[in-house]
Design a protein around this ligand. Sequence first.
Ligand code: ZN
Length: 194
Amino acid sequence: MALLKLRYYPDPVLKQKAKKITMIDSSVRKLAQDMLDTMYDSDGVGLAAPQIGVSKRLMVIDVAGEEDAPKPIIFINPEIIESEGESELVGQEGCLSFPDVFFEVKRARRVVVRFQDLRGKTLKLAAEGNLLCRAIQHEIDHLDGELFIDKATSKLKADLELTKHGFMEGDVEQMEEALALQAPAPVAEAVAPL
Ligand code: ZN
C-alpha cells in the first residue's frame, strides 16, 4: 500500500485539463491502486488523478457504506455520454482537495458514463439520483480542471465555508449577516385556530 500526497486548492494542477491515457500498463495499474489506498485512508468516496498531482484521465470511486465490503470502480478516460435532469440533483458535496468544506451543489439527476477498465475494456455505467451519480460528475470535472466551488447553489454559502476553513480571505461575520438577510422571512406560527 502506498499513500500519495493530496493536492489542495489552490494548487495549479487542479485547474489543468488532464491528458488522455493511451497505454494502460503496470504504472497505470499501480497508480489506480495507490489512489484507492489514498482515498480510503482519507475517508473519501472519490478521487481524481489531478488531486494527487498527476494530470491524467484516471479516477476512482467507491460509494459502498463503511459497514459494507469495498466496491471500488476505476475509471480510465471516462466520458459522460448521456445526461438528464440538469441541476435536479441537489445535495451537500465535499472534496478531498478542500478539507472540511461542504456546501450544496446541483448536478444532473442521471448520467451514463463510458470508460475503460484496467484491462482496456470499454464499459458503460448508468447512475441516477444517488451518491455514485454525484461522484461521477464531481470527479470528471476534476479531469477537466473544474472545481465544485464554481457549481455551488449559493456562492455566498460556498464563500463562507471557504473562508471559515482558510481557503479564502474574508470577513466571516459580515458574510453570515449577508446570508441571514437572504434567508426567507420566518413564517409566523399560528397561536390559535381562526
Ligand atoms: Zn473533489
